[in-house]
Design a protein around this ligand. Structure first.
Ligand SMILES: C[S@@+](CC[C@H](N)C(=O)[O-])C[C@H]1O[C@@H](n2cnc3c(N)ncnc32)[C@H](O)[C@@H]1O
Length: 408
């Protein structure tokens, strides 16, 4: 669903640029947009490094200043993607924090066919390491690998690395999983087959939830760059995507950032891992009823059910949202709600779509509707907690999280 993002501030910023204000205004607009899109804590980033990156973009796009760059971004998804690619920190290497891979191997033990997720995966070093760790145990698994950067994913799919990508490891295993040519190491097909790459933004909750649940998730060296509210939102999401007893691996320095009622810090030095302890949350699609109870089927609903049932209608809306067709998803969802306004799952989808369209107030209203209809709805409680936290209402967010703890 990631398409370079919608511009909430678009009209306003464009007007400012038209009035010919200094490049500083456009730079601020670009920074604000990046903060919104990537969840970055822009206030705490190195402004000079960011400016250098933006200057590189200007050169590539052949635009003369910040105003022209912002103007180009307003009309070109390619320019927006270029700015994202220039801003991210794609640093990674094979078997970074080796103890985490040892723990992953132990965790999977004899579990064949596990589902693993690497987000963000940078240029593929992490997900390929996960696949190799699984193969070293004589097991098989499927690794989904997600990153927001198109440039990183192109390198990941090519699967060709220089010696630096193996720093800090003894690499005795390398010959088993790579072919060497001209000083480069190319991932062998049996490793490649285990990894699927996806371009997505981890802030896209609907899209991420639709990927399903995982036995282990590596989310390393991303949380550290995120603004606190976005960080909690991502932690909630990852928790919802973990199977019961699943492991979440984070980066050195990120363990201390995680306080979550459903995640237990594991005492495994240098592995930086947490275990999910409670019953998993239901993803939206799974939670949708297949058919309506017959007594609730009215005249309009019967008409709709002429071709399909209302449950399938909402599932279609959910699928469309996952594919990024938010307008259509929104229209279908509203049809469902018009026919059945007391349906918590339809209000939840309404909230997810509003969140994806960067409309937090509408999302909050829809979540409150879910909780009016189903007061203990975990997904809605956690999502609302994240939204409130983003707006600085920490205590109210904590009260909601407590409700989740008490209900389970
Ligand atoms: C430092 S690398 C981490 C790679 C790997 N996990 C590791 O620890 O070695 C950070 C990556 O985060 C990606 N990234 C940044 N914001 C993201 C977002 N909102 N969604 C998905 N990926 C993101 C960047 O493209 C970059 O490749």
């Amino acid at each position: 669903m990631y398409r370079g993002g919608s511009f909430v501030e678009r009209g306003r910023a464009a007007a400012v640029v038209r009035r010919g204000d200094a490049g500083a205004v456009s730079e601020q607009a670009i920074m604000g947009w990046l903060g919104e899109q990537l969840g970055l804590d822009v206030e705490n980033l190195d402004r000079r490094a960011m400016r250098r990156a933006l200057t590189r973009c200007m050169r590539k796009l052949e635009v003369r200043d910040m105003n022209a760059l912002w103007r180009r971004m307003l009309t070109s998804a390619q320019a927006r993607q270029m700015v994202i690619d220039a801003m991210i920190v794609p640093e990674s290497w094979f078997f970074r924090y080796p103890e985490s891979y040892a723990l992953l191997g132990e965790h999977l033990a004899a579990r064949n066919g596990a589902r693993l997720l690497s987000v963000p995966c940078a240029a593929g070093e992490e997900p390929y390491s996960m696949a190799i760790a699984v193969l070293e145990r004589g097991l098989s698994a499927m690794v989904d690998a997600v990153d927001v950067s198109a440039a990183c994913l192109a390198r990941a799919r090519a699967g060709s690395y220089g010696a630096r990508a193996f720093r800090g490891t003894d690499a005795s295993w390398r010959a088993r999983y790579f072919d060497e040519a001209d000083g480069r190491f190319v991932v062998k097909p049996r490793v490649r087959r285990m990894v699927r790459f996806h371009r997505a933004n981890v802030l896209e909750r609907v899209r991420m939830l639709a990927m399903g649940k995982y036995d282990a998730i590596f989310c390393r060296n991303l949380l550290i760059y995120l603004a606190p509210a976005k960080r909690s939102q991502v932690i909630d999401l990852l928790c919802a995507m973990l199977n019961e007893d699943g492991l979440l691996f984070v980066g050195h320095g990120e363990m201390g950032m995680i306080e979550h009622p459903e995640l237990v810090h594991l005492d495994k030095p240098q592995a930086f891992a947490l275990r999910r302890r409670q019953r998993p949350l239901k993803p939206v699609v799974e939670a949708l009823p297949r058919v309506l109870p017959s007594q609730q089927v009215g005249r309009k609903e019967r008409a709709l059910r002429g071709s399909d049932d209302l449950g399938a209608h909402l599932q279609r809306a959910s699928r469309m949202a996952d594919q990024g067709c938010l307008e259509q998803a929104s229209a279908l969802c509203d049809q469902c709600l018009a026919l059945r306004p007391d349906w918590p799952e339809a209000w939840l989808l309404r909230a997810m779509i509003d969140s994806a369209r960067q409309r937090p107030r509408a999302a909050e209203k829809a979540l409150r509707k879910v909780l009016y209809l189903a007061p203990d709805h975990e997904e809605a409680l956690l999502h609302l907690a994240s939204l409130l936290e983003q707006r600085g209402h920490k205590e109210r967010a904590e009260l909601l999280r407590r409700r989740v703890r008490e209900a389970s």
